[in-house]
Design a protein around this ligand. Structure first.
Ligand code: PMP
Length: 307
């Protein structure tokens, strides 16, 4: 399938308060964000005309900017309204939503306090990669080349573009080697997350997930923890060593893009997706679509795990 470049599409992008034709939503090459990584973003999805957890995503966007020492010149209500308006303007009821805020070109040095802050929101159709077979057996992960930086070395709670540099390198290598994604450790050698999703393990009916104090505390992660507990399942968030991998029977990753995606392999370790994973996947699919859980198994699932 030929790739449609992201700068050459039809539609409208919301840029600093107004809609501009898709191809005209440009920035100057000397923008601070391009050189120094001073940008934060979100990844959201609209299902059946509603952006799932919109307020939480917008709140995280504003907080990510604060962690990078800048203030987005629109408040949460304005960003929420603009996000929905961008979906409507482009005629979508189901799509991916990408707000991004960045420092402009007024200063091009490490110091950046005089730069203007911009905000854009783009939306696009989410590719429907229907692959029930891969979903059923689980995706394959390898170990990432890089580890997540510790919280005293980077603003790890921010969804900041700079933190994705090591993710892209790791994910590219994984794909070249025939895996779907790479699993990253923290600097102490505990399991952290994949390059664009949080991870859960199951042992004897209990869910285990790494504490999100050194990598992105995903909104899907929080949703799944709440859903599992509401179903009477025990969820323990703790440090998880790679040495424990063979003691887990199931594994899955979660994220706005990944939704709930079963994992079948992590390097030499094998997992068999089972009823708890599939039950949570169906429950999540129903929740985001505002449907009763029983209908969820009819929906198309994505196995693309991206940020
Ligand atoms: N970790 C990383 C590195 C991510 O890019 C994402 C996707 N935004 C997640 C975790 C999951 O976050 P969320 O559930 O909020 O999409």
């Amino acid at each position: 399938m030929a790739l449609v470049p992201f700068d050459d599409r039809d539609g409208w992008i919301w840029l600093d308060g107004a809609f501009v034709p898709w191809r005209d939503a440009k920035i100057h090459i000397l923008s601070h964000a391009v050189h120094y990584g001073s940008a934060v973003f979100e990844g959201e999805r609209m299902y059946n005309g509603r952006i799932f957890a919109l307020e939480e995503h917008t709140e995280r966007l504003i907080n990510s900017a604060a962690l990078l020492d800048f203030t987005i010149p629109f408040d949460g209500d304005a960003i929420n309204a603009a996000s929905i308006a961008t979906c409507v303007k482009n005629g979508f009821t189901d799509c991916y939503v990408r707000p991004i805020a960045w420092r402009g070109a007024e200063q091009l040095s490490v110091s950046a306090r005089e730069t203007k802050i911009h905000l854009a929101i783009a939306v696009w159709d989410w590719p429907k990669y229907f692959d029930e077979e891969k979903f059923a057996r689980g995706i394959r992960l390898c170990w990432a080349k890089y580890r997540r930086p510790p919280a005293n070395s980077a603003p790890t709670a921010a969804k900041a573009v700079g933190l994705y540099m090591i993710c892209t390198v790791s994910k590219n290598a994984a794909e070249r080697d025939g895996y779907e994604d790479a699993l990253m450790l923290d600097t102490e050698g505990n399991i952290a997350e994949t390059t664009g999703a949080n991870i859960f393990f199951i042992r004897d009916g209990v869910l285990h997930t790494p504490i999100a104090d050194r990598f992105l505390d995903g909104i899907t992660r929080r949703t799944i923890i709440a859903m599992a507990r509401a179903r009477g399942l025990e969820v323990i968030d703790r440090r998880i060593s790679p040495l424990e991998l063979d003691t887990f029977s199931e594994c899955f990753v979660v994220g706005t893009a990944a939704e709930v995606t079963p994992v079948g392999e992590i390097a030499e370790h094998r997992f068999t997706p089972g009823p708890i994973t599939f039950g949570l996947a169906d429950g999540y699919a129903a929740l985001v679509r505002g449907e009763p859980p029983a209908k969820a198994h009819q929906t198309i699932r994505t196995v693309t795990v991206s940020a």
